[in-house]
Design a protein around this ligand. Structure first.
Ligand code: SAM
Length: 281
């Protein structure tokens, strides 16, 4: 059943968008000294070798992180993200590794912050566990990520970010996301929730948004980057992040950097972006 392997997609345009949003939210949480909790419900393996068989097969990173890697005119926010990926590449010139969301978090966490990374795949989980086994403030668990919102919220820190990044290989994932959010929000209404979604069929995206609207939850921001217009052909044309309780700067930060991202990631000129409220305050 679990056939999705993120290694085929690591560093693509969707990862770039997701990880920039993740970084900006964590930076915001770190404006206060008090620690926070970071829950990654679908963690993957943590970091990826871009010259692996899987990565080379699709080479999606070439139209993602590789297009930012050597740019000299990066906006500050994007530069900070590229710097994180550089750290993983030993500061070197060559792009060999890409950081998944757990590694982005691990590069940023302070002593007082705490993280839990969940992964269900029997082959990916041991890799995840092994990467983070020596970190004091990071735990990993092989489990169903959706259940963790019920099981681990609210966190004792009373501040935090939940990243929900399922593969959507099962249609149910769309409904499971909404149900998990409802459970999480009931327990931890002040938390920040960041949900990644692909645009493969626009109808599916509209449905998840409608279901989230119907929950009555306020302050839901939608951020999207398209590499091509919507289509009924196979393949992902865009991806986005739905952020509940976003830090107030996130909207303007993304409005500022998305034109640059679209221009640089989609030189073919078929791209577009949007930042809009699904439900405002
Ligand atoms: N968040 C990662 C990142 O940004 O680097 C990528 C995650 S990838 C899109 C989705 C992951 O979810 C896959 O590694 C898959 O094995 C895992 N997965 C699938 N169903 C799951 C479930 N119910 N609970 C936890 N993990 C699951």
């Amino acid at each position: 059943m679990l056939s999705y392997r993120h290694s085929f997609h690591a560093g693509n345009h969707a990862d770039v968008l997701k990880h920039i949003v993740q970084m900006l939210i964590i930076e915001n949480l770190q404006q206060k000294d008090k620690g926070f909790y970071y829950l990654d419900t679908h963690a993957g393996v943590g970091k990826y070798r871009l010259l692996s068989e899987e990565s080379e097969k699709t080479a999606e990173y070439l139209a993602g992180i590789a297009r930012l890697w050597q740019q000299k005119d990066l906006p500050e926010e994007i530069q900070r993200y590229v710097n994180l990926i550089k750290k993983l590449n030993y500061g070197g010139k060559e792009l060999r590794y890409y950081a998944g969301s757990p590694f982005i978090a691990s590069l940023m966490l302070r002593e007082q912050d705490r993280a839990l990374f969940i992964e269900l795949h029997p082959a990916d989980y041991p890799l995840l566990r092994n990467t983070f086994k020596d970190y004091q403030n990071i735990s990993t668990k092989r489990d169903d990520g959706f259940q963790q919102l019920k099981a681990t919220l609210p966190p004792k820190e009373r501040r935090g970010l939940v990243l929900i990044d399922p593969p959507y290989e099962l249609k149910e994932d769309y409904d499971l996301v909404v149900r998990a959010i409802v459970e999480g929000y009931k327990r931890f209404a002040t938390g920040i929730y960041a949900i990644w979604y692909p645009v493969v069929l626009r109808q599916q995206t509209k449905r998840i948004i409608k279901c989230l609207e119907a929950t009555g939850i306020r302050k839901i921001l939608q951020i999207e980057l398209a590499v091509r217009p919507d289509s009924d052909q196979r393949g992902m044309t865009a991806s986005g992040m739905i952020v509940i309780n976003p830090p107030w700067q996130l909207e303007s930060q993304m409005k500022q950097i998305l034109p640059y991202l679209v221009k640089t990631l989609v030189p073919e000129n078929t791209g577009s972006w949007k930042v809009s409220w699904i439900t405002p305050e």
